[in-house]
Ligand binder design. Structure first.
Ligand SMILES: [Zn+2]
Length: 71
C-alpha cells in the first residue's frame, strides 16, 4: 500500500465504491417515492404486482419478472 500506483488504484476503487453507494441511494430514494405514492411493489412497466419472492430478494426492484426479461 505504499507505492504511487497502489494509491492511485486505491483511490479509483474508493471512487467506484462511492459511485455504487450513490446509485444505491438513488434507487432507495426512488423506492421511497413509490412507497409514498402507493405504487411500491407494482411493476413500473405493466403495473401488475411484482412477485413477493422477487421483492424479498431485491426490495429495490421496479419490474416484475416478465417485464425484466422482456427489457
Ligand atoms: Zn411487469
Amino acid at each position: 500500500m505504499c507505492s504511487r500506483h497502489d494509491k492511485a488504484q486505491y483511490r479509483r476503487e474508493l471512487q467506484s465504491l462511492q459511485q455504487s453507494l450513490r446509485d444505491e441511494l438513488s434507487s432507495c430514494e426512488a423506492a421511497l417515492q413509490r412507497i409514498e405514492q402507493g405504487t411500491y411493489g407494482r411493476c413500473e412497466v405493466c403495473s401488475e404486482p411484482i412477485e413477493l419472492n422477487r421483492l424479498k430478494a431485491d426490495p429495490l426492484t421496479t419490474r416484475c419478472l416478465e417485464c425484466q426479461h422482456r427489457h
